[in-house]
Design a protein. Structure first.
Length: 93
C-alpha cells in the first residue's frame, strides 16, 4: 500500500457495529409501539362511530336514500321548468 492509500483509510470514520445494531433494534421496537397505538386508536374510533350510528333515529343508508330522492325530484322539477320555459316572474305571480 502506498502512503496516500493509508492516509485515506485513516481519514475514514471508525464505525462500530454495536451501536448500529442497538439503534436498529430501538427503531424496530418504536415502530411496533406506533403500530400498536394506531391499532388501539383505530379500534376506539371504529367502536365510537358504530355506537353513534346505532343511536341515530334514521340510519345513514335511509337518510342517503331520502336525500337521493329529493335530489332526483329537484332535478326533474328543474328540467321540466327549463323545458317548459317557465320564468321566475311567472312562478312568482
Amino acid at each position: 500500500m502506498s502512503m496516500t492509500e493509508m492516509e485515506a483509510r485513516n481519514n475514514m470514520p471508525e464505525i462500530q457495529s454495536g451501536p448500529l445494531i442497538i439503534g436498529g433494534v430501538l427503531v424496530g421496537v418504536g415502530a411496533m409501539l406506533v403500530m400498536a397505538g394506531i391499532a388501539v386508536g383505530s379500534a376506539h374510533v371504529f367502536a365510537a362511530t358504530r355506537r353513534w350510528v346505532n343511536e341515530m333515529e334514521t340510519p345513514p343508508s335511509e337518510l342517503a336514500r331520502q336525500k337521493w330522492a329529493q335530489a332526483k325530484a329537484a332535478a326533474a322539477a328543474g328540467t321540466a321548468a327549463w323545458q317548459n320555459g317557465v320564468t321566475a316572474r311567472e312562478t312568482a305571480s
